[in-house]
Write a protein of this length. Structure first.
Length: 164
């Protein structure tokens, strides 16, 4: 049970992910969280660094979809200008939004990675769908809401249990 909370890969930020290696392993699609994964939780728009990264993803031929537990205005305002498909109020770790994201990507689960900054939602949700999960460090943890701070406390308890 606990291993469902353990990411397959851990990096400091999305910019450290070895995209060529993912391609080599047969991955073609990315389901990514938004808040504190792509930008800080209170950043309304993509940063120049993120725009560059998205270009690189595109060059590599990756399909990308944003799956966020946040509300429609936040997610839409961020994703629309980028022309990225998105799922809002995703209720991660429930499976529904991951299934929807796989449909949007039109890829089989074994070709898709999940990127996110939370073990309780992104990693747990991705793992229980059998997807390859990548955990990043939260960009701006000081800006997190109440629910997320509770999840962080649970994360710390889990990590202590798992001795990591
Ligand atoms: Mg997040």
């Amino acid at each position: 049970m606990l291993k469902l909370f353990v990411p397959k890969m851990k990096v400091d930020s999305i910019y450290e992910i070895d995209l060529a290696a993912l391609l080599d392993q047969g991955f073609r699609g990315i389901i990514t969280d938004l808040d504190n994964t792509l930008v800080g939780a209170r950043e309304p728009e993509a940063t120049p660094q993120l725009l560059e990264w998205l270009k690189v993803l595109d060059k590599h031929g990756f399909r990308v979809v944003i799956v966020s537990n946040n509300r429609q205005p936040r997610v839409e305002r961020f994703a629309k200008p980028l022309g990225m498909p998105f799922v809002y109020k995703a209720k991660k770790p429930l499976r529904t939004s991951f299934k929807k994201a796989l449909q949007l990507l039109d890829l089989p689960p074994e070709q898709v990675v999940v990127i996110g900054d939370q073990m309780m939602t992104d990693v747990f949700g991705g793992n229980r769908m059998g997807l390859f999960t990548i955990l990043v460090q939260p960009i701006a943890p000081q800006d997190e809401g109440f629910g997320t701070r509770i999840n962080r406390t649970l994360e710390r308890v889990l990590l202590t249990f798992m001795n990591q």
